[in-house]
Design a protein. Sequence first.
Length: 132
Amino acid sequence: IIETVCDAMEACGLENDMVAYINGCDYIDEKEHCILQKLVKISDTDDVIFKCLKSSLKKECANLPMTVQIVSDCGDGRLIPLIRKIARNHLKAIFDAGKTPYDESEESQEFFLICNAVTRLGGSIEDLLIME
């Protein structure tokens, strides 16, 4: 249903309302993912939408790797530093749990999904993969 609502909002030119909704929420879940996907499709060079997309990565998320993947679909390289920071934080949590990114764990899979977003945007992750 939310996809239909988002399509209708876009058809009516209510992108600003979608931006306002995302900017006003504190938690990103499936409903917000649908809205973010729609905003990514229409973002092009709109800085207001870009700032909204970027700010969504700083909010608490039910599924942060999915949010990163959705937002990075906009293709804007300005997201690389923030997504690399998210990857570093995720990596730190993996090490703090006594694991490595190469373990067969859900956390490791999530880390590599986040890293994938960095590389799709043209960034490098080589330094993140060096275990010290």
